[in-house]
Design a protein. Structure first.
Length: 57
């Protein structure tokens, strides 16, 4: 797991490689390759949520 830089905002993107979608973040985090674009977007949203929780602690 990558350490997250809480001082900078997290920006996620979803890209496609062939039949797979991948979620990535500006902090260096990358989700697993998914066949479902929606699941890749959910992975990104979950990452942002966990990053926000880290800032609050």
């Amino acid at each position: 797991m990558h350490s997250q830089d809480v001082s900078s905002p997290h920006r996620t993107t979803t890209t496609e490689r062939g039949a797979f979608a991948l979620a990535r973040c500006s902090c260096g985090w990358a989700g697993p390759a998914r066949r479902s674009r929606e699941r890749a977007r959910t992975d990104a949203a979950e990452h942002l949520s966990s990053a926000d929780e880290g800032v609050r602690q």
